[in-house]
Design a protein around this ligand. Structure first.
Ligand SMILES: [Cu+2]
Ligand SMILES: [Zn+2]
Length: 195
């Protein structure tokens, strides 16, 4: 009789123990699901915008540009074809208006901080649109990769916001000295940056 009592106590103990374990497992699973959901939400916050670059000033220079914002940094990736081999300037200009044949409808270099024109990162100052020069290969193709935390895509800070501006590729190269253009020559490809 006493053995039966002990056995039922043991069974009772095991029963409540496994029930606790099951509850704990459910809680762990819920925490995992919540953590995964947070990760998904963070991934959604990576913002990417893509645009086509259209030929200007009777050039054949076209391509694609994408901007990706992640953790406060904007990365720009550009692919171009139809260039003359060698160095060319690329800038952000102040208006997302590529309507004119010469690309001048985009205005001057984007310069929200009222700085002199210059080489990106220069002590003497530089426009927020002064990306610089890149080199096209002998076939006239080029890629440009650039990233900075001094830009954003649609944030409230107008000294950083790329939306409403334009990407301009020039026939010549930027000398980083001539004000306020860098003497980079004609505008041969254009893309407006819009939301
Ligand atoms: Cu320019
Ligand atoms: Zn400039």
């Amino acid at each position: 009789m006493r053995n039966i009592q002990i056995l039922s106590l043991v069974l009772l103990f095991l029963g409540s123990y496994s029930c606790k374990e099951a509850k704990k497992e459910t809680k762990d699973t819920m925490e995992n699901v919540e953590a995964m959901a947070e990760e998904v939400i963070e991934e959604v916050e990576v913002k990417t915008l893509k645009f086509s670059l259209e030929p200007k000033s009777d050039s054949n220079v076209k391509g694609e540009v994408s901007f990706t914002e992640e953790n406060g940094t904007v990365s720009m990736n550009v692919g171009l074809s139809g260039l003359t081999p060698g160095e060319h300037a690329i800038h952000i200009h102040e208006k997302a208006d590529c309507s004119s044949a010469d690309g001048k409808s985009t205005g001057g270099h984007w310069n929200p901080t009222f700085a002199p024109h210059g080489k990106w990162g220069s002590q003497e100052g530089y426009h927020r649109g002064d990306i610089g020069n890149f080199t096209a290969d002998e076939k006239g193709n080029a890629t440009v990769d650039f990233s900075t935390d001094e830009w954003c895509l649609g944030c409230g800070d107008e000294t950083k916001n790329l939306i409403g501006k334009a990407v301009i590729v020039h026939q010549g190269k930027d000398d980083f000295v001539t004000q306020p253009t860098g003497d980079a020559g004609g505008r041969i490809s254009c893309a407006g940056i819009i939301e």
